[in-house]
Design a protein around this ligand. Structure first.
Ligand code: SF4
Length: 481
């Protein structure tokens, strides 16, 4: 039985702060000499609450109560946007926004308690929308004042048809925002699946996907699974209560992100005897092959998969070569969530580019596997274990002077270097077709850097010149035990 960790920091050998050269890090991690670090100054941390909300926001027939002050819901705009765009891509003529209710805790509630507002929000959710599921998301504020969201949910459940699902995703609990995915899945297991056992459906695959996956990527993953005679139960993005309940009857599970549903797939194995493949995000040739082979091995179709891989390589290699001729030798800095950052670092190998720096929110055993491989192909590069931290990022990027920045581009674009994103959730990035789309996108961006050049002239970063002369990692200090 898998051990349950309430936040990812509790997992053994998992680090949320740190920096260094990749080869040294690989060595320190292997020898268990990596130290727990912390930042004495930090800026712009993505909170775990938003990952919990974002992973479920596109579920049909659901209402999402955010038990928090208004500000906590600000970040959800990107998930709302992806949900609306996702509807357009799926052929909907009229798009709707997710049904979000913020309980709007204020200073009086922080002193007197906010439970009354939560009760009102649950009643409003029922009366306005008559949903099948009501999710309650905790926040720092509701956690600090210890509002009993579980108790209220249990009490109100007696008179409600909708299933009430409280989720403990208080932002302060974890610096690793992927902890929010685990909190959401833990609640789904407890309140929706409830250990009910039903007969298995041959050929059904739980395909776990977060909100950042485009419809084109969904189609590509489904196409690849169909080549193995499998069909996808795509959850929880653009899914429903019925599809969530179906998770327990699948033959096998896989995820399209390394840090999404990994703990939950283990739980499905332990409780419902559903084996799973936990490999990598299928971005780039090597990762797409690994992902595809991972699932094929579990269903006993490795031979078929190898044949398909050979055909797919044959199909796309001439196009990859064309892209390579435009990109070979260029130096790249990569930043993103753990799944995408390591996937992007491998993708650029397909185009003959070179990695000079990588920002990842976490370093753990999975990261170590990737770093080992990356060290072999690129040699030493800078690693920043950071959740956001734009001040640090622009300092490093300015020093390294890469030809291209891949990742959240808002800050580095203002340095005038070409940037591109592989986490936009709207266009193809995954599977064999995704490689070609991303490669051409990167090459186009590099050949047309005018926008970022103008940006660097007119949209200055807020840091003083003196900051760029300082050590970018000066605020990362060893935690005294
Ligand atoms: S839950 Fe906490 S960390 Fe997250 S947005 Fe709200 S106040 Fe910020």
């Amino acid at each position: 039985m898998a051990e349950e960790y309430k936040i990812r920091e509790q997992r053994p050998y998992t680090y949320a702060d740190g920096c260094g050269k990749s080869k040294d890090m690989e060595c320190r991690f292997r020898e268990r000499k990596m130290e727990t670090m912390d930042r004495t100054f930090a800026q712009g941390l993505q909170c775990q609450e938003i990952n919990s909300i974002g992973s479920l926001l596109s579920l049909e027939d659901s209402v999402f109560i955010i038990h928090s002050p208004q500000g906590c819901i600000g970040c959800s705009v990107t998930s709302v946007d992806r949900y609306r765009v996702g509807q357009a891509h799926r052929g909907k003529k009229v798009y709707r926004s997710p049904r979000i209710i913020v309980s709007n805790l204020d200073q009086n509630d922080i002193i007197m308690g906010g439970e009354k507002k939560l009760v009102q929000s649950i009643l409003a959710a029922r009366d306005r929308y008559n949903p099948k599921v009501i999710f309650i998301f905790a926040s720092c504020a509701s956690g600090i004042i210890a509002d009993d969201i579980d108790g209220i949910a249990a009490k109100m459940q007696k008179d409600m048809e909708a299933i009430i699902v409280p989720i403990h995703c208080e932002g302060f609990k974890s610096k690793i925002c992927a902890s929010g995915f685990d909190a959401a899945f833990r609640a789904i297991s407890k309140y929706i699946l409830k250990d009910e056992k039903n007969p298995k459906e041959e050929g059904l695959v739980n395909l776990f996907a977060p909100t950042t996956v485009s419809y084109k990527d969904q189609l590509e993953m489904e196409r690849m699974l169909s080549l193995l005679g499998l069909r996808a139960n795509y959850v929880p993005f653009f899914s429903s209560l019925e599809k969530m309940r179906k998770m327990t009857v699948a033959q096998v599970s896989t995820s399209i992100c390394k840090v999404f549903a990994d703990e939950f797939m283990q739980e499905l194995k332990d409780k419902y005897d559903i084996p799973f493949s936990h490999t990598v995000m299928p971005v780039g040739l090597r990762n797409t092959d690994s992902w595809f082979l991972g699932i094929a091995k579990i269903v006993g179709k490795e031979k078929e998969a190898l044949k398909i891989i050979e055909q797919e390589h044959k199909r796309i290699q001439p196009e990859i070569d064309k892209i390579k001729s435009r990109l070979e030798g260029k130096r790249v800095f990569v930043c993103g969530g753990t799944g995408r950052s390591f996937a992007a670092a491998l993708l650029i190998e397909d185009f003959g580019m070179k990695l000079v720096g990588l920002e990842t929110p976490v370093y753990d055993g999975d990261a170590q596997d990737d770093i080992q491989y990356l060290n072999k192909i690129y040699g030493d590069f800078i690693v920043d274990i950071a959740n956001m931290q734009p001040f640090e990022q622009v300092n490093i990027v300015k020093r390294l002077k890469p030809d291209l920045f891949i990742g959240v581009p808002h800050w580095s674009a203002r340095l005038g270097i070409p940037t591109t994103h592989i986490l936009e959730g709207k266009r193809p990035t995954m599977g064999y077709d995704g490689i070609l789309y991303l490669g051409n996108k990167i090459a186009d961006q590099m050949e047309n850097p005018g926008f970022n050049k103008k940006l660097s002239k007119y949209a200055r970063l807020p840091y003083k010149e003196s900051w760029y002369k300082e050590d970018p990692f000066k605020y990362i200090k060893k935690v005294q035990s």
